[in-house]
Design a protein around this ligand. Structure first.
Ligand code: DX5
Ligand code: ZN
Length: 225
């Protein structure tokens, strides 16, 4: 199995010292995952482009901005200019997902579609050939620290099968409730990029938590059950 990638979500990090927080775990990290919420698509408001800029100035890892907002096409350019290397959005938040995909790509960023557990894969299926990543959510979007939704595991498998059978290049990313207890199931179902928010930043020692998650991903990639 090729390298499994760790992408900590900063949602539960200490925002009073966000630069130090992301720098501290950076040695174990492949991406940083930045959850942007607008209080309309989800009942929570998080942060905007200034936070993306702050993280971008703090670490060298690529940034994946997960837009949980209405009208993502209107805001994508600002996030790419702020430092987003990849932008994912939920297809149900726009009348024209194809246009938003094209706009993000024209800005020079990678693009993904995010799958809400209650919406499922169908709206994403026809775009798979245009994506760099399929963001399979294993929690309902809006908050960090939720429990991993086991019922999404077969959908992760199905997404992986659809990508492989179509000869597409999109990576499968698993987002929500991923920790040392659930990461094996997420990987065995096909997860290649693992988002971990509270599993990394909620505890007393984010560096140790990131190191342990990195170690587990390397064990899984080496085939150790
Ligand atoms: C939820 C976000 C997830 C979440 C991950 O709406 O998209 O990225 O913050 O955090 P944990 O790992 O704590 O579920
Ligand atoms: Zn997310």
């Amino acid at each position: 199995m090729s390298r499994l990638q760790l992408s900590p979500s900063i949602l539960t990090a200490d925002f009073a010292r966000i630069g130090a927080e992301v720098r501290s775990v950076a040695p174990y990290v492949d991406w940083f995952h930045l959850d942007v919420m607008d209080g309309h698509y989800v009942d929570n408001i998080t942060f905007g482009t200034s936070t993306v800029e702050a993280v971008n100035e703090s670490v060298d890892q690529p940034l994946h901005v997960h837009l949980m907002i209405e009208d993502p096409g209107k805001y994508a350019e600002g996030f790419v200019k702020a430092g987003a290397d990849r932008v994912s959005f939920h297809p149900e938040t726009t009348a024209d997902p194809a246009e938003v995909i094209e706009r993000i790509r024209s800005l020079g960023a990678g693009v993904g579609l995010a799958v809400h557990p209650d919406v499922g894969l169908d709206p994403v299926a026809s775009y798979l050939g245009e994506l760099d990543v399929v963001l399979m959510m294993t929690v309902r979007p809006g908050f960090g620290g939720q429990a991993f939704l086991e019922e999404v595991v077969p959908e992760i498998k199905r997404a992986k099968e659809m990508v492989e059978s179509g000869g597409h290049r999109a990576e499968i990313e698993v987002d929500g409730g991923v920790n040392l207890t659930t990461v094996d199931r997420a990987v065995h179902a096909g997860g290649e990029i693992l988002v971990a928010g509270s599993a990394v930043f909620d505890g007393v020692d984010p560096v140790a938590a990131a190191a342990r998650m990195r170690e587990r991903l390397d064990e899984l990639a080496a085939g150790q059950s």
